[in-house]
Design a binder for this molecule. Structure first.
Ligand code: NAP
Length: 552
């Protein structure tokens, strides 16, 4: 009998007709799980999820580095559409750790009964629109092909790993791990010389944990960060009980808020306050922990450099008071951008870690940048740092990166990646002109990463669900953003951010962390925040999907 070979199998696979779906969702994180539930159970569509990982959870499936936990308070870092779930689920900590959040999402997948329609290990490589059939054809790396009327990219904003092209990385004889591709079995740092590259929100969580285990830790810092204490702790059962009793109000609060939290700015200029008055407010927010210092500070913080300087001075004093070696403290103080214009990392003993005898800070400005990775470690500023393990905490090709990887081609075979060479252009961060029936959950130019993600995710999933229901009920086949509406939205996004200090920072919000990426603000900072954005999206729908073309 002749054995079946690869060559035999390939033609059979390629002639098999593509499976026909009504809707394909890409990604099984917070967005994809809820999207699938809505499409299948609310709209009765034949829908599937393709997920590149081997489990649900998205960001919480991939990011398993030591110290990984959410930065939003647990009682609002969850689905809110399922009020019974809000009552039933009990979080253990103010900021639960990655395994607990992953358990929550696994529980949700079971509760929503969506696992049977999720296909794991499916990396989408091509997503092509056929103008004749008005269908999308989606192909995965393993050769599977499906067609679908609707494609919903639920790929997350921070899922395209950024490993900078450090010369010699492949020659390193120890182990190197990017934080977002962390081994499921964990990494043992005992007795090891470890290097961490990066000092963003991820590294700020990982560094204190690694320093406790490693023999020696070297932190390679390119840009210092303003950190604020998380003030994590066990959830107080009485506080949780009160919140559960008041969840209707909580949900209303976060949905109409500026950033998706129960936080709002102090409606005053910091420059109008006395030093005593503002110091008391700063202390209150500092000891409260979390994002209050960032997102509920004086209202001119993001707009006026003088106001910003007053606020950041408080944080600089905190660094000096915490770090014993004055030289190290000065190196840990940010000087090149305004406070809050880079994502606020929340820390637990981050600055304290630099007081440990086994921790060394290498500062790219003072000591010289990373030049290469060698067989034995890192070479920076002409000096060799021998290492056993390198932790690459260099972040992501944010927001546009995950979408560009899907090989999307719309009308006329136009590639989304090529179209976005100078930066993303979308209408409401939900759709792109020339790409009918392709929806992006928390896409570029939507509040997304500038909000408590589950709040924005639910809003988008529900808007998309209603939109598809609208099409289905009227016998319509396609919806597509008009170029005019899109141009208006792009200009609006730029205009608003142009009033703030945000464009001045070399942040991933600006695409500045990836060499060659256009310097464009990626999310949407609305004047009325996520509440105003929600209203805008609802109005667009109520006016018969204003700014979209709907056709049969
Ligand atoms: P990040 O904020 O982009 O930080 C990456 C770090 O690596 C920065 O310090 C960056 O320096 C440095 N870096 C990048 N390329 C480098 C190079 N070629 N040489 C030397 N250093 C380099 O990435 P992240 O820390 O992974 O965080 C990304 C986002 O994920 C966060 O902002 C946040 O939104 C999200 N996150 C959320 C949580 C949570 O909610 N719990 C936790 C972690 C992360 P520069 O600053 O100079 O670019």
């Amino acid at each position: 009998m002749k054995a079946t070979t690869q060559a035999d199998a390939a033609p059979r696979a390629s002639v098999a007709p593509p499976r026909r779906l009504d809707a394909l969702v890409i990604g099984a994180g917070f967005s994809g799980l809820y999207m699938l539930k809505q499409l299948r159970d609310k709209l009765g569509l034949k829908a599937k999820v393709f997920e590149r990982g081997h489990g649900v959870g998205g960001t919480w499936y991939w990011n398993r580095y030591p110290g990984a936990r959410c930065d939003s308070d647990c009682y609002i870092y969850c689905y809110t559409h399922d009020r019974a779930l809000l009552q039933e689920w009990n979080w253990s900590e103010r900021y639960p750790e990655q395994p607990e959040i992953l358990r929550y999402l696994e529980h949700c997948a079971d509760r929503f009964d969506v696992r049977r329609d999720i296909e794991f290990g499916k990396t989408v490589v091509s997503t092509v629109y056929d103008e004749a059939t008005k269908l999308w054809t989606v192909r995965t790396a393993d050769g599977e092909t499906v067609t679908a009327r609707y494609v919903i990219a639920a790929v997350g904003s921070l899922s395209a790993t950024n490993v900078p092209p450090f010369p010699g990385l492949e020659t390193f004889k120890g182990r190197a791990y990017h934080t977002s591709q962390w081994p499921h079995e964990g990494v043992d740092f005992t007795n090891k010389r470890v290097g961490v590259i990066g000092t963003g929100a991820t590294a700020v969580q990982a560094i204190p944990e690694i320093a406790q285990q490693a023999r020696h830790l070297t932190v390679f810092q390119r840009t210092p960060n303003f950190c604020v204490p998380a003030r994590n702790g066990k959830v107080d059962p009485e506080v949780m009980k009160a919140r559960k009793a008041n969840y209707e109000q909580v949900v209303q609060n976060i949905r109409s808020s500026f950033f998706g939290f129960e936080l709002s700015f102090i409606p005053k200029s910091v420059l109008e306050t006395t030093p005593e008055e503002r110091e008391a407010e700063f202390d209150r927010m500092w000891y409260e922990g979390g994002f209050a210092f960032w997102l509920a500070n004086y209202q001119d913080m993001f707009f006026d450099k003088k106001a910003n300087d007053v606020i950041s001075d408080y944080l600089k004093r905190k660094i000096r008071a915490t770090v014993r070696d004055p030289e190290v403290a000065e190196r840990l103080i940010p000087r090149t951008y305004a406070y809050g214009t880079k994502r606020q990392p929340l820390d637990t003993n981050y600055f304290e870690t630099f007081n440990k005898p086994n921790v060394k800070l290498v500062d790219a400005a003072a000591d010289g940048p990373i030049e290469a990775i060698t067989e034995n470690g890192v070479r920076a500023g002409g000096k060799a740092y021998p290492l056993d393990i390198i932790v690459i905490a260099t972040g992501f090709d944010a927001m546009t990166g995950p979408l560009k990887k899907l090989g999307i081609q719309g009308r006329g075979g136009r590639s989304l990646a090529a179209l976005w060479e100078d930066g993303p252009e979308t209408y409401l961060g939900l759709m792109v002109a020339g790409f009918p029936n392709l929806f992006t959950v928390t896409g570029p130019q939507s509040p997304s990463v500038l909000s408590n993600m589950p709040v924005s995710i639910e809003q988008h999933v529900e808007w998309i669900t209603d939109c598809i229901a609208h099409l289905q009920s009227r016998g319509l086949t396609t919806i597509e953003a008009t170029p005019e509406a899109q141009a208006g939205w792009v200009a609006h996004v730029a205009e608003i951010v142009g009033m703030t200090l945000m464009p001045g920072a070399n942040s991933w919000y600006m695409g500045a962390n990836i060499p060659g990426k256009p310097r464009k603000f990626l999310p949407y900072l609305g004047l009325e925040g996520v509440g105003g954005y929600r209203k805008k999206c609802a109005e667009v729908a109520a006016q018969g999907y204003e700014g979209f073309t709907l056709s049969t």
